[in-house]
Design a protein around this ligand. Structure first.
Ligand code: NAD
Ligand code: MG
Length: 402
């Protein structure tokens, strides 16, 4: 009898990481090889006590020291590793079959790419990793026979609506009779708030999403709608479609997670409760189906389902995302880098909410000249990312609140 597959959870202490452990507890299907986090020692200890992984990684050295001290009394068989290189080390282990990539931001790129290059089954939540390295990432998946399953709820929905025969990475939609993909967006907490009232909103308000419970960075991205800008780019890379074939509609109820429109006029949609355990359970069990623990939808008592076009005047980040993917991979890397810098500054109280798109647009303008830079490997990606962060940080100085 084949033993249970082994999984590594990159970002196990985060929102997606915790939801994944919930689903794993419900399935009993996998053995946990490694859990990884940045610096949340107490939650990592709890998780290790329950899951007894072979390895636990803390990227932060001081956090790793504390974890090493406490681990023997909690899970003596667990080896504690530290530093970013350990993330790559655990995902490339031969004993590992499946990797959940749920680190937030650019920090998750090297480990997610390493999982693709090792031909693993890769459950991808970290959209920043994919969009930074788009073409490289998809080539790595193809060349090394990895199985890439999107966890982002919209992309997971599209994946479920595509025909079985067209699920090859990067060519998932292009070779079918798909007319377009429609990504749905809740519109976030400020959907009906006029643009002139957004200047003074606080980080706490921006993080209070009406339908989803998520980490801080993606919550702010949802409030600016940069999340949908990033997801548009994610969809182009994942499904091999040009941006003209990817539309966005506001759907405040977050029940229809996305749609695929075919050339004969048929539209297929995936519906479900707004609960990340649904796409996570789908990807973990794929190609089979297993329960997720999420509530079942009651269509009769669900609110009316509404759809409308997004207002890119109110939410310029969505327009910036579309322009960046049209301009090419270098602009996409810069967009993502400037967004990470601006969101961190907003969360730290240094800039206002409406300064976020300003920083991103100015970074893209200031950096324009190098848009033909080659993006041939991870080093190129990281150097374009680094330079854009420097630029964004310089621009921040002119804006920072006194
Ligand atoms: P989160 O902030 O709740 O968790 C982030 C995780 O990454 C934590 O475990 C943290 O320890 C780890 N981490 C942070 N910085 C790190 C670093 N420098 N090095 C290594 N590990 C680090 O984030 P989240 O909401 O779970 O989102 C994770 C990813 O999934 C993001 O890319 C997000 O866009 C994507 N995503 C999240 C949701 C959601 O519902 N939360 C939905 C779709 C996609
Ligand atoms: Mg999403």
């Amino acid at each position: 009898m084949r033993s249970r597959p082994s999984i590594v959870l990159l970002g196990s202490t985060g929102s997606v990481g915790q939801s994944t452990l919930d689903v794993l507890a419900c399935h009993g299907s996998h053995r946990v090889f490694a859990l990884t986090a940045n610096r949340n020692v107490s939650l990592m200890l709890e998780q290790c006590e329950q899951w007894r992984p072979t390895c636990a990684v803390m990227v932060d050295e001081e956090a790793a020291r504390q974890l090493r001290e406490a681990m023997p009394s909690v899970s003596p068989e667990t080896r504690v590793l530290s530093g970013a290189a350990a993330l790559v080390e655990v995902v490339t282990e031969a004993a590992v079959d499946t990797v959940l990539a749920a680190i937030v931001g650019a920090a998750g790129l090297p480990s997610a790419l390493a999982a693709a290059k090792s031909g693993k089954k890769l459950l991808l939540a970290n959209k920043e990793a994919l969009i930074m390295a788009g073409p490289l990432f998809m080539a790595a998946v193809r060349d090394h026979g990895a199985v890439l399953l999107p966890i982002d709820s919209e992309h997971n929905a599209v994946f479920q609506c595509l025909p079985e025969s067209n699920r090859l990475p990067g060519r998932m939609a292009a070779s079918t009779d798909v007319r377009r993909i429609i990504l749905t967006a809740s519109g976030g907490p400020f959907l009906d708030r006029p643009a002139e009232m957004l200047g003074e909103v606080t980080a706490a308000e921006a993080c209070r999403h009406p339908n989803w419970s998520m980490g801080q960075k993606i919550s702010v991205d949802s409030a600016t709608m940069m999340n949908k800008g990033l997801e548009l780019i994610e969809a182009c890379y994942l499904f091999g479609l040009p941006p003209e074939q990817v539309d966005v509609l506001i759907h405040p109820q977050s029940i229809v997670h996305s749609l695929v429109e075919y050339c004969d006029g048929s539209m297929l949609a995936q519906l479900g409760s707004p609960d990340m355990r649904v796409p996570i359970a789908h990807a973990l069990a794929w190609p089979e189906r297993r329960p997720s623990g999420a509530d079942f939808l009651d269509l009769v008592s669900s609110a009316d389902l509404q759809f409308r076009h997004p207002d890119t005047e109110q939410f310029p980040c969505l327009r910036l995302g579309r322009e960046a993917v049209r301009a090419g991979p270098v602009s996409v890397i810069r967009l993502n880098a400037a967004n990470e810098v601006a969101v961190a500054a907003f969360l730290g109280g240094a800039i206002g909410f409406m300064d976020i798109p300003v920083i991103i647009a100015r970074t893209l303008e200031a950096a324009e000249n190098g848009s033909a830079d080659p993006v041939e490997g991870l080093d190129d990606v990281l150097s374009i990312d680094r330079r854009a962060r420097e630029l964004a940080n310089e621009l921040l100085i002119g804006i920072v609140r006194s």
